[in-house]
Design a protein around this ligand. Structure first.
Ligand code: C2E
Ligand code: MG
Ligand code: MG
Length: 262
């Protein structure tokens, strides 16, 4: 295996309805040597600063879409598996970001509604007018939009209503608070209520225990990811999980990007 290159790991996203894997989040790592991986917290900030993130981000997007198309063909499901890709502030600010996404869609042949772009709440609030404009264009391409690490930034409620987004990801710090009983439940419950008002679906990050999963189900959360289900793993491991996971054709659970019924 060549060293000193980026690699993608994937973490399953699971429906809390029936436990099926509905998609993955692509998470980049840097392979420093055959046995050593460097994690994004250690190199994404530098890549942002130097501008390298623009090339790295495009590589991640292309590679994540290519891999997902392969899984969709090998493991057809209804609804189709989805892939979530993180977008950094600098990538998002590029004047041709929407064209880049459009090109990758055409090159890889991925169905746009099975690609989900994650932008963090703090990026979405940097220039709200620009954000609304870009998110609208992305949705016109048919791509889904997700607000990542929700609850850690300072969203303006007024803007949230005008943001064209499909899902919201509750930051794992709030899921961890579920261990603290009623207070933690109230925080997650408040975010769930907000999402219901906005008619969007919620994915909880950082579900680590069966208690987290049970609480999230009780609070009406649709989807989750976390160490309880699986850590981020190499593509071959995902293929194995998909092969073992029974096909749920025609399932009534809906896709993560479907709007909630009115
Ligand atoms: P994120 O997008 O919020 O991704 C979720 C992070 O939480 C991942 O860390 C994942 O491994 C971790 N995680 C998932 N489940 C659990 C759990 O149950 N417990 C705990 N403690 N952690 C869990 P990772 O892979 O180290 O990524 C960290 C951050 O780096 C990501 O946060 C994302 O903001 C950024 N990142 C990762 N890949 C990319 C990329 O391709 N492009 C950009 N721009 N950013 C990326
Ligand atoms: Mg993310
Ligand atoms: Mg997150």
């Amino acid at each position: 295996m060549p060293s000193r290159q980026p690699v993608l790991h994937h973490q399953p996203i699971v429906s809390l309805d029936d436990g099926a894997m509905v998609g993955v989040e692509a998470l980049v790592r840097w392979r420093r040597s055959e046995s050593e991986l460097v994690y994004p917290d250690q190199f994404i900030p530098v890549a942002e600063e130097t501008g390298i993130i623009v090339f790295l981000g495009l590589w991640v997007l292309r590679e994540a879409c290519r891999t997902m198309v392969r899984w969709q063909r090998e493991f057809p499901r209804d609804p189709s598996l989805t892939v979530a890709v993180n977008v950094s502030a600098r990538q998002f600010a590029q004047h041709d970001f929407v064209e880049q996404v459009s090109r990758v869609l055409a090159e890889t042949g991925i169905r746009p509604d099975t690609l989900k772009l994650e932008i963090t709440e703090s990026v979405s609030m940097m220039d709200t007018e620009y954000t609304v404009e870009v998110l609208t264009q992305l949705q016109r391409l048919g791509v889904c939009v997700s607000i990542d690490d929700f609850g850690t930034g300072y969203s303006s409620l007024a803007y949230l209503h005008s943001f064209p987004m499909d899902t919201l990801k509750i930051d794992r710090s709030f899921v961890a608070q579920l261990d603290r009983g009623e207070q933690g439940r109230q925080i997650v419950g408040t975010i769930m209520n907000l999402a219901r008002d906005l008619k969007i679906r919620v994915i909880a990050e950082g579900a680590e225990t069966s208690e987290h999963v049970e609480e999230l189900k009780t609070l009406g959360c649709d989807f989750a990811q976390g160490y309880y289900f699986s850590r981020p793993v190499e593509p071959a491991v995902i293929s194995g999980l998909l092969a073992a996971d029974p096909e749920l054709a025609g399932s009534a659970r809906g896709s993560e990007c479907d709007a909630l019924p009115a």
